[in-house]
Ligand binder design. Structure first.
Ligand code: CMX
Length: 442
């Protein structure tokens, strides 16, 4: 058993009594109430999920295992010659809550290399799809197609005990993660680079290998490491994370669950917003025809978008009420590496103008930018200009957090998810009388 898996097993065994005690002794303690607004409004703020892997504070933003983004980057062993950590070490950290030593991170690097071979049928399948298929559809299909490899599904069929479910779930998670950079880069080069895939380099780490297979020189390897870590996890209630958790709660394996989560990430209100941001900004710059944009011109363009009934992509958030620290981490990267790049300047100018416009518009509860407002500009600068690919990058990152979560879901024996629905007439009764006669327990 690998060092990581042994440590994970120890952490699981230490943690289980906490969950058991909560369920046995405190199951009926209240932690919140549900309003009609929450019932109709996407369960916003309903406390009904549990994860110890990340926590999203409305003001502060995300913490991974109780560490802020800068603390996380500082804590983890760095790839030699690089300013960013091994993504493999971050996986160790997310799973166990302990920062790995360099040796422990390297053990994961080696483990994943042994699992990285993508089955030929995945390439064959991708090649049969029309070339104009969206990269997210290809990505999700590739993951789903590999379901036949699932160790969880095989062990379940054989009759594995419930307290061991986490073991094959962990194995599936590692098998999938090891392959995702190769699949992502293959889709990119098949679709956008004249069908010229680049074979992985066995000497490189996960992030470095992705950059290599994309055909991108340094420092794109650091961009990849930063990007994948920043996008990994954002609590359990966002569409992609929640979908993965929900599907896995039916004991569907990690392939089914992740593929479903990727489909949720493909929505324009979620991950696809990073594609939309670039599309919006490029259209805007094209209309300017090379002229330097003034704040006034940007304001007009933002209002035109709002008046046409569309959202300003990259702004707003269901939980956050301040600028997303993931936005800030990427902004700092841009300030250091591409301070004078015209597209970055426009994105910065939008940052100056858009919150005021959204406040005046008066609808969005959060007028500040989220992660998606800043990520595309970095890709564009380094030559990855095919913005329909950007959500695949998000998806590779998001797999890390969601797969860590479903490994723990199985370790702690979380139940199949099944919230209760009410009818509109029941809600109307609650609105009028504070209760519903149709519900026996009210
Ligand atoms: N531009 C215009 N209107 C916006 C807005 C934006 N950026 N953000 C929110 N609003 C509107 C909503 O559409 C809603 O309008 P209606 O009352 O007409 O339905 C109103 O403001 C209230 O919404 P909210 O409570 O502030 O936001 P929600 O929790 O409902 O939605 C989100 C959150 C992210 C979907 C929304 O802010 C949005 O659509 N943003 C733009 C898309 C985007 O950037 N998504 C990426 C989020 C991060 C990620 O998951 O990757």
């Amino acid at each position: 058993m690998s060092t990581l898996k042994k440590l994970l097993q120890k952490k699981i065994e230490e943690h289980r009594p906490r969950t058991t005690k909560l369920l046995k002794e405190h199951a009926n303690k209240k932690i919140g109430e549900v309003t009609i607004g929450q019932c109709i409004g996407g369960a916003r703020g309903v406390r009904s999920l549990v994860t110890d892997i990340s926590y999203l504070d409305a003001e502060e933003g995300i913490r991974f295992r109780n560490k802020t983004i800068p603390e996380t980057f500082a804590l983890l062993p760095k790839v030699p010659g690089s300013e960013y950590p091994y993504v493999e070490g971050f996986w160790h950290f997310l799973l166990t809550g302990e920062a790995p030593t360099k040796e422990q991170a390297l053990e994961v690097v080696e483990d994943w290399k042994g699992r990285a071979q993508v089955p030929q049928y995945v390439y064959d399948l991708l090649r049969t799809m029309p070339r104009d298929t969206h990269p997210m559809t290809m990505f999700s299909t590739a993951i789903l197609a590999m379901q036949r490899e699932s160790k969880f599904a095989a062990r379940y069929r054989e009759g594995i005990k419930k307290d061991m479910y986490w073991d094959p779930m962990y194995e599936d998670a590692c098998d999938i993660l090891a392959k995702l950079p190769t699949i992502g880069a293959y889709i990119y080069r098949m679709k956008f680079k004249g069908d010229t895939p680049i074979a992985p380099d066995p000497k490189l780490d996960w992030g470095g290998n992705f950059a290599h297979m994309m055909g991108q020189p340094r420092p794109y390897d650091d961009v990849s490491r930063m990007y994948f870590i920043l996008h990994s996890d954002h609590e359990s209630g966002n569409v992609s994370a929640h979908t993965v958790h929900l599907v896995a709660s039916a004991l569907s394996d990690a392939y089914y669950a992740l593929s479903a989560g990727i489909n949720g990430l493909a929505g324009p209100l979620h991950g696809l917003a990073n594609e939309e941001v670039l599309r919006w900004t490029q259209n805007f710059m094209e209309k300017l025809g090379g002229k330097e944009p003034t704040d006034e011109v940007i304001k007009e363009a933002l209002w035109a978008t709002l008046k046409s009934g569309q959202v300003i992509p990259g702004y707003g958030h269901a939980v956050l009420r301040k600028t997303d620290p993931r936005y800030m981490a990427q902004r700092e990267f841009c300030q250091k590496n591409l301070p004078d790049y015209p597209l970055f300047k426009v994105v910065s100018q939008i940052f100056k103008v858009a919150p005021g416009v959204l406040m005046e518009h008066g609808k969005a509860k959060n007028p500040w930018p989220n992660v998606d407002a800043q990520s595309g500009v970095i890709q564009w600068y380094y030559g990855v200009k095919e913005y329909s690919f950007y959500t695949v990058l998000f998806g590779i990152g998001r797999a890390i957090g969601t797969l860590a979560n479903i490994t723990w879901d199985r370790a702690l024996g979380y139940a199949i998810e099944r919230p209760k629905s009410l009818s509109t007439s029941m809600l109307e009764e609650f609105a009028e009388k504070g209760k519903s006669d149709k519900l026996a327990d009210d």
